[in-house]
Design a protein around this ligand. Structure first.
Ligand code: ADP
Ligand code: MG
Length: 312
């Protein structure tokens, strides 16, 4: 078996005030994976990343990066890992190039790293800003600098904590292309994101954290295929007066003239539903069947009251 890029073993973390941020979380990320770490706000994603980066101590359990314990073997673990933090916290007193130089020095790469830094500046479209003091930069530019900063030492494992939150479409596209390229070059990528279409487009396996626990860990395609629902969207010929029995429970959304039904793949047949509608005198001009996307799966898995597992 190849060694995992990241090994998370029974990690537990409580914060003062009683928040159980991580509840015995264990999983592994293989070398070369493009891994999605998802979960609603407050699920514990950033805490887990912070422990992996050696910035926060776990109460129990351990994390290894390429076999190096992040506490006992901090320097080697840290050298193997590049973390793009969620918060735009950046040293305000230096130019972009100075900052990247300092960061290179921190990893013992004072010279000879200039070529790589130049390449990072070019691919992240930062060349024009290389001489700018970081505090004068826009949020989007700061985000790019944080990414460059995380990558100065060419870490084999790259963790990006919501890099596209609140960034404009152009930068989002650039970041997608950039992370895809890093992955193609052999880096292991761990991406936390709120944009589920992003995880759907980029990630292979997906872990979903929910209230500090690992709710699911699965290949994206299997996760989507295992999802028990599909959707039936109908455009009606006349405004809807009343929903017939047997349909009410299936309604996902509706307006006067359109209706979206959520059908259980095993239980609710499309023909049965159409028959019920026809009996009730509800006619339609257009019909489409939609397979669930990651967003639907995510909603299902993180819904309050559920046990965090999709019904089957
Ligand atoms: P996520 O990144 O998934 O949104 P976080 O890891 O940031 O979640 O937070 C997990 C939980 O821990 C939340 O309830 C959050 O309020 C709490 N938390 C995070 N950092 C701290 C801290 N430094 N002190 C107290 N509580 C914290
Ligand atoms: Mg977070």
């Amino acid at each position: 078996m190849t060694r995992p890029a990241v090994r998370i073993d029974a990690v537990d973390k409580r914060f003062p005030g009683g928040v159980h941020a991580l509840d015995s979380v264990s999983f592994e990320i293989g070398e070369g994976e493009f891994f999605g770490l998802l979960g609603p706000n407050g699920a514990g994603k950033s805490t887990l990343i912070s422990i992996a980066a050696g910035l926060t101590r776990a109460d129990r359990g351990r994390i290894e990066i390429l076999g190096h314990d992040v506490v006992g073997d901090f320097r080697r673990a840290r050298a193997s890992l590049g973390v793009v933090p969620q918060e735009l916290i950046i040293d305000p007193f230096f130019t972009v190039r100075e900052l990247l130089g300092l960061q290179s020095g921190y990893f013992g790469l004072p010279r000879g790293n200039r070529e790589w830094v130049d390449e990072l500046l070019t691919t992240l479209d930062l060349v024009d800003k290389a001489g700018a003091i970081t505090s004068t930069l826009s949020g989007g530019m700061k985000r790019r600098v944080l990414i460059a900063q995380a990558l100065v030492h060419r870490p084999p494992v790259v963790v990006l904590d919501e890099p596209t939150a609140g960034v404009d479409v152009e930068l989002r596209r650039l970041l997608w292309a950039f992370t895809k390229r890093l992955h193609a070059q052999g880096h292991t990528i761990v991406l936390t994101t709120h944009y589920l279409e992003e995880a759907e487009a980029l990630c292979g396996r997906i872990a979903i954290l929910r209230k500090g626990r690992l709710a699911t860990l699965e290949d994206k395609r299997e996760l989507l295929a295992r999802h028990p629902f599909r959707f039936l969207d109908l455009e009606l010929t006349a405004p809807l007066r009343q929903l017939p029995d047997g349909i009410v429970d299936l309604v996902d959304a509706h307006t006067d003239t359109s209706i979206s039904l959520r059908l259980h793949k095993k239980r609710d047949s499309i023909s049965g539903v159409l028959e019920t509608l026809r009996h009730a005198g509800i006619d339609f001009t257009d019909l489409s069947v939609r397979e669930p996307g990651l967003e639907d799966v995510f909603l299902e898995l993180t819904r309050d009251g559920g046990d965090g597992r999709a019904a089957s």
